[in-house]
Design a protein around this ligand. Structure first.
Ligand code: ADP
Ligand code: ASP
Ligand code: MG
Length: 407
C-alpha cells in the first residue's frame, strides 16, 4: 500500500466529462489498495475568467478580495470531483485549503505555505476515504483566504505530499512529461524520462510552466519523489530526482523561455558606491522581483543600469524608478516590454564553457540580437526581442541536438 498525492491541472478537469474520467482514474489507484489524496486546479479558463470579472469592476481590486474570488475556482472542482467519486461508489471528501490547515503567510496572490496539518487528511485516509483538496489556496494566521500564485496547485500537491510523507507526488497534466522544451513551441521537443531537481528548478524559474517553481523547491527541500505525467494517456511520465551517478549526463537538459519579461534602464546614473542599492532598494521594498541586472562600465563619472522584472510589475516599477532618477540626478528612464528570455539549462554544463559561445553563434546565424546575458552554474540566459522567441527556441533546440537521444 502506498500513499500517493495526485494533482490534476485545469485541462485535466476542464469539463464534467473530464472530471468523471479523473474520478475513474482515481478509483483505479484506490482500488489497488493505495491511499489517495487528490489536489485539483480550477477548470481550465476559470481562473482567467474570474480575473476578467474583477477587471470589469475595477483596475485596482483589493488583494484580499481577489484571493477570495480566485479561490472559488478550485472549490467548484473539489465538489464536482467528489460527487463523481461518490457516483462510482468511492468514499471521498472534499476540503478547501483552509479546512486542511494549509497555513500561508499573508502576501495575497503570491502567498507561501508555512505549515500544513495532515491530521484531518490522515484520519480520512485511515478510514478508507479519498481526500480531495483544493489547490492554489490556503489561509493566513488571521483566517484570510490566500492564493499561491499562478500554477500554485502544483505547490499545494507537493506540500501535501511532504506533510503526509507520501510515497510519490504525481502531477497529471496535458502533456505526458517534461520535455526538452515546450512542445507547443518546438514540435520536435523530446520527452525526458528523468530530470534532476536542480535542472527542473532552473527550467521552472526561467519560465517553463509545466511545474510551478515553488513546487520544485519544496520537492527538492523535502525530497518528495515527484513525477509529471499525462491525465489523458498511460505512461511513466518524467521523474524528477536527485542527481545520480549513472544519469544520462546531457550537456543541456532543456530550453526554457519566458514571455513575462520587461526591461528597465536608468541612464546617466552618478557612478559612486551605493547607487545600485539606491536604485534597487525601493524596487525590492515594493515586492517587485528583479531577475537579470547589468551595470555598464562607468564613463565620465556616470553609468547606465539595466534590469529585468515581470511584465505585470512594469507600471509600478517605472513609477518608482522615475522617482529614484529624480532623487539621484540620473538622466532618464527607459523601458521595453517587447522582450523575452530564453535559457539553456543542464547540469552537464558545469564543465563546458563552450556552451555559451555556441549559443551566441547559433543565434547570430539567425540574426537574432542578444540584448542581455546572464549565466549561472547550470544555466545561460539571454534576453532577445519578443518576435524572435519561437525562432530562437527552435534554433537552439536544433543547434544543441536536443531532439536526439544522447548515446
Ligand atoms: P496544468 O493546467 O495541468 O497545470 P500547465 O498548462 O500549467 O498545465 O502546464 C502544462 C503545459 O506546460 C504544457 O501544455 C506545455 O505547453 C507547457 N510546457 C512548458 N514547458 C514545458 C516542458 N519543458 N515540458 C512539458 N511541457 C511544458
Ligand atoms: N487555477 C490556478 C491557475 O490557473 C492554479 C493552478 O491551476 O495551478 O493558475
Ligand atoms: Mg500548471
Amino acid at each position: 500500500m502506498a500513499l500517493i498525492v495526485q494533482k490534476y491541472g485545469g485541462t485535466s478537469v476542464g469539463s464534467t466529462e473530464r472530471i468523471q474520467a479523473v474520478a475513474e482514474k482515481v478509483k483505479r489507484y484506490h482500488d489497488e489498495g493505495n491511499q489517495i489524496v487528490v489536489v485539483v486546479s480550477a477548470m481550465s479558463g476559470k481562473t482567467n475568467e474570474l480575473i476578467a470579472l474583477a477587471a470589469d469592476i475595477t483596475s485596482r481590486p483589493s488583494a484580499r478580495e481577489m484571493d477570495v474570488l480566485l479561490s472559488t475556482g478550485e472549490q467548484v472542482t473539489i465538489a464536482l470531483l467528489t460527487m463523481a467519486l461518490h457516483k462510482l461508489g468511492v468514499d471521498a471528501r472534499s476540503y478547501t485549503g483552509g479546512q486542511v490547515h494549509i497555513r500561508t503567510d499573508s502576501s495575497h496572490s503570491k502567498a507561501r505555505i508555512v505549515d500544513i496539518h495532515g491530521d484531518r487528511v490522515k484520519a480520512d485516509l485511515d478510514a478508507g476515504r479519498v481526500v480531495v483538496v483544493a489547490g492554489f489556496q490556503g489561509t493566513d494566521e488571521h483566517g484570510n483566504i490566500t492564493t499561491l500564485g499562478r500554477g500554485g496547485s502544483d505547490t499545494t500537491a507537493v506540500a501535501m505530499a511532504a506533510a503526509l510523507d507520501a510515497d510519490e507526488c504525481q502531477i497529471f497534466t496535458d502533456v505526458d512529461g517534461v520535455y526538452t522544451t515546450d512542445p507547443r513551441v518546438e514540435p520536435n521537443a523530446r520527452k525526458l524520462d528523468r530530470i534532476t531537481f536542480e535542472e527542473m528548478l532552473e527550467l521552472a524559474s526561467s519560465g517553463s510552466k509545466v511545474l510551478q517553481i515553488r513546487s520544485v523547491e519544496f520537492a527538492g527541500k523535502y525530497n518528495v519523489p515527484l513525477r509529471v505525467l499525462s491525465s489523458f494517456e498511460e505512461g511513466e511520465g518524467t521523474l524528477i530526482t536527485l542527481e545520480e551517478e549513472d544519469m544520462e549526463k546531457a550537456k543541456i537538459a532543456g530550453i526554457a523561455f519566458s514571455r513575462d519579461e520587461a526591461k528597465l534602464t536608468i541612464r546617466g546614473v552618478p557612478d559612486h558606491p551605493g547607487v545600485a542599492y539606491q536604485i534597487l532598494g525601493p524596487i525590492g521594498e515594493a515586492n517587485i522581483e528583479v531577475d537579470m541586472i547589468v551595470q555598464n562600465i562607468g564613463k565620465d563619472g556616470t553609468t547606465d543600469f539595466t534590469f529585468t522584472i515581470h511584465r505585470n510589475d512594469l507600471d509600478e516599477a517605472v513609477g518608482i524608478l522615475q522617482k529614484t532618477a529624480d532623487e539621484i540626478g540620473a538622466r532618464e528612464v527607459e523601458y521595453d516590454d517587447k522582450i523575452v528570455k530564453i535559457a539553456l539549462v543542464g547540469v552537464g554544463m558545469r564543465s563546458h564553457a563552450a556552451i555559451a559561445s555556441n549559443m551566441f553563434k547559433a543565434l547570430a546565424k539567425e540574426q537574432i540580437n542578444i540584448q542581455m546575458i546572464s549565466t549561472s552554474e547550470i544555466k545561460v540566459s539571454v534576453v532577445v526581442e519578443e518576435k524572435y522567441l519561437e525562432l530562437g527556441v527552435r534554433t537552439l533546440h536544433e543547434a544543441f541536438g536536443l531532439d536526439q537521444v544522447e548515446t
